[in-house]
Structures are given as structure tokens and as C-alpha cells.
Design a protein around this ligand. Structure first.
Ligand SMILES: NC(=O)c1ccc[n+]([C@@H]2O[C@H](COP(=O)([O-])OP(=O)(O)OC[C@H]3O[C@@H](n4cnc5c(N)ncnc54)[C@H](O)[C@@H]3O)[C@@H](O)[C@H]2O)c1
Length: 358
């Protein structure tokens, strides 16, 4: 076993009485200085047995684990405030620097999760992680620069998560881009880019995170469920006029979700898509320079609309709930997917009634 496989095994074995996080402290595995809060393990093959012995005598997890001659791992517990719904979980949010991703990261942090903000945008993403850490909670956040359309970058994101937190419980594949256009306007390069980010990027997120989750599953007591959650769209459920590159990738994402779900449920990894309606308050729609409301007003897409408010009202009126989707609506669906152990492979609409499943 290499170190990036050993750490998730140790982390989940140490989580018998509540989820812990682990951090690689050294690559020597030196037993000097081991005290009564240290668990010394002879070899990677005896991780399970060593923890069984530890928990026969102790309730809290060890504070340090030394795998002789291989590595030293620091272990931290997480405060559990009664209200928190996912204390100690390790959650990656791709595209976590802004929009839905930033909102999801912030809300799940309040629910006790350790958050990895993964994004192309280093400046905003690191600020976001720093802001969460300023709250002074025991759960932590950190930023990793990642491009979901590049497999090496996603593999590195997963590795950094393991080295800093010890494993992964929830992968939220949220990063996505939208470039609208009909057949005459859409050039092959733009189509390829959107497909790489929105569709192939989800495959990379599932591929590399599931590897770690499978190790955790093998070393858990059989009651630790994990999640891969794709932030899809209502455009993954119904075609979108002059927006086929986006809708096609999102429809494809649901095919991946159903197929990954079948493959991964034996490892207690659930895979679901969440299909939000339009997030009118987010930057994609509301950016005053290049948001969709401004673009649609300039392009005259909404007949008779004279102001941004007219365009907005036009779109709100298409929603039975008469408003756009908000971060909290999506977060409630994410928490449902995580807490519900008896469901996988679903596409959960969060559209205020705009899209209904057949
Ligand atoms: N905004 C909406 O109305 C809406 C509706 C339904 C679904 N969605 C979906 O929600 C998700 C988030 O959308 P949003 O509106 O919050 O987007 P956004 O444009 O506000 O934010 C997207 C984030 O992803 C990052 N990103 C872009 N490409 C990336 C890449 N290759 N690798 C890593 N990070 C990358 C960006 O830097 C940005 O921080 C997307 O999957 C989108 O399809 C959005």
C-alpha cells in the first residue's frame, strides 16, 4: 500500500466513535516519542487489528498513529454541536469559489463538514477558504487550485485532500460552464470545452474520489456511507433551445450518475444528481456586466422587456414558485442525498415546480 492509500484506511479505522480527520505528519514512521495517546502499528497489513486492540481499551481515537518505518499521521476529532447534520465529513466542492459552489461550501461548513474548495480561480477560492477558517470552528477548510477538465489536476486535488484531511466522504461535482448558442453559432472548440468541463469533468471527479472512498469502505465497520453528488440542472431533464451543448452534457451526466450508482453501491457509495432551476441571484444571471439578464436584455430575447427587472420577471413567471432557485434549496437536496442511505442513482429536481419527473 502506498501512503495515499494508507491514510484513508487509518482515518476511517480511527473514526469508530465519530469521524476524525488525519494529516500526514512525517514519512519516516519513527516510534521515538510515542506516548499513551499514540497507536504504533507494525505494518499496513495490521491496521484493522491494531485499531480493534486500541478501541478495546480506549473510547477516543489515538491522537497520533505511527506506521513503523512508513509514516506518522496526526489525528484530530471534530466538535459535534447538536445542530450539525454532517459533523466531521470531508467534502470537496468543485467550482467552490463562487455561485452555487461557494454557497454550498459555506452551508455545509456550518453543518460541521471539513471543506475543500476546489476551483480554477485561486484568488477568490483561497479567500473563501480563509473566510470559513476565520470562524474558528474545529472543522476546517482549505483551497486547492484544480481544473476539472484535466485528469491530472483532479487526481492531485484528491491527493491533497487525503494528505490534509485524511480521506473523502462527499465529492460534489459542481464546477460547470455555460456558453449558449444555436447550431449556426456554436463552434466545435466551445462545444468541446463545455463537454470537457460539464461532462468529462464529472467522470474525473467520480473516478479519483471513488478510489479513496472504496478504501474507506473496506476499513469501516460497514456503516459508513459516502456520496458523489453532481450538481446537474433542469437542462439535464429537458432540452434547452439554443443551449444544446449545455443540455447535452447535463443529460449525459445523468447517464453517468445512474451507471456509477450501480457500480458503487456495493461499496456504500451513493451517486446522485441534483437538478436546480435557474439561480437568478447568482453571478451567472445577475452579474451587472455580463450576466444573462444583461445579455438577454441587449439581445432582445424577451419581447417588450425594457429593463433588467422586466427580463427577470419574465423568467420568474415561468416558475410555479415564482422565484429563482437559491443556495439553500440546493443544500437541502444535498443533505437529503447524504442522509438518505436507501437511495442512489437519482436525479433530484429542485426547480420550484418548473420540471416534474415522469
Ligand atoms: N446558475 C444557474 O442558474 C444554474 C442552474 C442550474 C444548474 N447550475 C449548475 O450549477 C453549477 C454551478 O453553477 P454557477 O451558476 O454557480 O456557476 P458560476 O459560473 O457562478 O461558478 C462556477 C465556478 O466554477 C469554476 N470553474 C469553471 N470551470 C472550472 C474548471 N474547469 N475547473 C474548476 N473550476 C471551474 C469557476 O471559476 C467558478 O468559480 C454548474 O454545474 C451549473 O451547470 C447552475
Amino acid at each position: 500500500m502506498n501512503i495515499t492509500d494508507i491514510i484513508p484506511a487509518v482515518r476511517i479505522a480511527a473514526s469508530k466513535n465519530g469521524l476524525v480527520t488525519c494529516r500526514l505528519a512525517g514519512e519516516k514512521g519513527d516510534v521515538a516519542g510515542a506516548d499513551e495517546k499514540t497507536l504504533v502499528i507494525d505494518s499496513a497489513e495490521s491496521i484493522r487489528e491494531a485499531f480493534d486492540g486500541w478501541f478495546e481499551k480506549n473510547t477516543p481515537a489515538p491522537e497520533k498513529v505511527v506506521l513503523k518505518d512508513v509514516c506518522t499521521i496526526d489525528v484530530s476529532g471534530v466538535d459535534t454541536v447538536g445542530r450539525q447534520r454532517i459533523p466531521g465529513r470531508i467534502v470537496i466542492v468543485t467550482g467552490g469559489a463562487q455561485g452555487f459552489g461557494a454557497g454550498i461550501a459555506g452551508e455545509l461548513f456550518e453543518e460541521g463538514a471539513n471543506i475543500v474548495v476546489a476551483d480554477l480561480n485561486e484568488e477568490v477560492g483561497s479567500e473563501m477558504a480563509a473566510k470559513l477558517n476565520e470562524k474558528g470552528y474545529q472543522n476546517k477548510a482549505f483551497f486547492v487550485k484544480a481544473d476539472v477538465s484535466d485528469p491530472d489536476s483532479v487526481e492531485n486535488l484528491v491527493k491533497e485532500t487525503v494528505l490534509n484531511f485524511g480521506g473523502i466522504d462527499v465529492m460534489i461535482s459542481n464546477a460547470g460552464i455555460l456558453r449558449a448558442g444555436g447550431l449556426d453559432e456554436m463552434d466545435p472548440k466551445t462545444f468541446d470545452l463545455m463537454t470537457k468541463v460539464n461532462y468529462t469533468g464529472y467522470f474525473y471527479c467520480a473516478k479519483y474520489s471513488s478510489k479513496v472512498m472504496k478504501i474507506q469502505s473496506e476499513y469501516s465497520d460497514g456503516n459508513h456511507y459516502m456520496d458523489i453528488i453532481q450538481i446537474n440542472s433542469k437542462s439535464g431533464l429537458k432540452g434547452s433551445n439554443r443551449n444544446f451543448a449545455y443540455a447535452g452534457g447535463k443529460f449525459g451526466g445523468i447517464g453517468l450518475t445512474q451507471s456509477f450508482a450501480l457500480e458503487l453501491m456495493p461499496h456504500r457509495i451513493k451517486v446522485n444528481s441534483i437538478c436546480p432551476g435557474n439561480f437568478f441571484d447568482g453571478p451567472l444571471w445577475s452579474n451587472p456586466e455580463n450576466g444573462l439578464f444583461v445579455q438577454y436584455l441587449k439581445a432582445g430575447k424577451v419581447p417588450g422587456a425594457k429593463t433588467i427587472e422586466d427580463v427577470k420577471r419574465h423568467y420568474e413567471n415561468q416558475v410555479p414558485a415564482r422565484r429563482g432557485c437559491r443556495v439553500i434549496d440546493v443544500v437541502r437536496a444535498i443533505l437529503y442525498a447524504i442522509e438518505q442511505e436507501y437511495e442512489t442513482g437519482q436525479a433530484i429536481p429542485v426547480t420550484g415546480g418548473q420540471e416534474m419527473l415522469k
